[in-house]
Ligand binder design. Sequence first.
Ligand SMILES: NC(=O)c1ccc[n+]([C@@H]2O[C@H](COP(=O)([O-])OP(=O)(O)OC[C@H]3O[C@@H](n4cnc5c(N)ncnc54)[C@H](O)[C@@H]3O)[C@@H](O)[C@H]2O)c1
Length: 335
Amino acid sequence: MTAIPKIFISEPINKRGMDILGDQVEILLAPDTKKETALIMIKDADAAILRATTRFDSEVIEAGLKLKAIVRTGVGLDNVDMKCAGEKGIYVCNTPGTNDETVAEHVVAMVMALSKQVIGMDRAVREQRWQERFSPMQRDVKNKILGIIGLGKTGLATARFCSNLGMKVVAYDPYVKNPLPAVSQTDDLDELFSTSDFVTLHCPSTPITHRMVGKRLLKMMKPSACLINASRGDLVEEEALVKALSHNQIAGAAIDVFEREPLPAGHPLMAFSNVILSPHVAGSTTESNERIATAAAQAVMDTLAGLVPKHICNLDYFPKDKKDKLLHDSGYSFS
Ligand SMILES: NC(=O)c1ccc[n+]([C@@H]2O[C@H](COP(=O)([O-])OP(=O)(O)OC[C@H]3O[C@@H](n4cnc5c(N)ncnc54)[C@H](O)[C@@H]3O)[C@@H](O)[C@H]2O)c1
């Protein structure tokens, strides 16, 4: 009798994905996102579905002696050692195209909430400060400049939505050519920071983007401008952001991702009423979670069935013979 495959799941995924996994596999659902937990539970797993928090470094991957695939819900792969997995012939896949517009909608919501003072006005009513309606704080978004850093999937969707709101969209991305007529592309990051009314970050965490937004760029922003980060926490030097807010160098911020998640209690960012915080949910809605879980579960089931799953991201680290065989056998276009 063949053993039932075991699937490690770091944090619960949407029911649609669980339905695809069905009763053909045994689910090993981690009780927490700690590395020590993953290290123990991964020993028996044939595949893993990971969300953003649990780290799969080389130690965890090497403990997964039966591991064939690590599937990351969403797109960010900064919590997986792609090289280590590739050298062992373990697929690392993600689920692109499942939440780009979801993230863009969140950014639109933040642009609107910051402009219209949605949270502050709600508080004013509850605290009997009706006179706040005469406050000059609310702004129109039409004709305001939105600066986008990173013009990939989430950046482009944000550019489309915000230009439809009548915003002037400027984008900085040294690696792609802007395809949207309504968006102007710049190679001058300093100019983008000094002229934008909103700056929104949409690039991955890399050695180049790590802490790219620090004291220098924040100082260039207009006092009326706001920073939005729904990309990766380590793109922004949080200490510098706290200082910029304390000295009213910028008007506000909306932050979904942090240097350390969950954001520790009493973190200085929590003290600002002009900062909107969210717990890394920009890409999560009922609908996107269904799409993400479906794609992740399908990648696992394809792997277990001996098929080549979609969206393998670490093929370059595979031993050459394995990579060549995969490309030859599957006729698959890796993206
Ligand atoms: N908060 C959330 O819930 C959430 C959800 C989805 C994605 N994300 C994060 O958002 C980020 C972007 O996702 P995406 O799907 O748009 O990725 P993507 O790969 O489609 O696009 C990223 C873009 O960033 C550009 N880029 C890389 N380095 C750059 C640099 N130094 N300066 C400017 N641009 C640079 C790339 O050329 C690319 O066009 C990822 O880090 C992802 O993890 C967060």
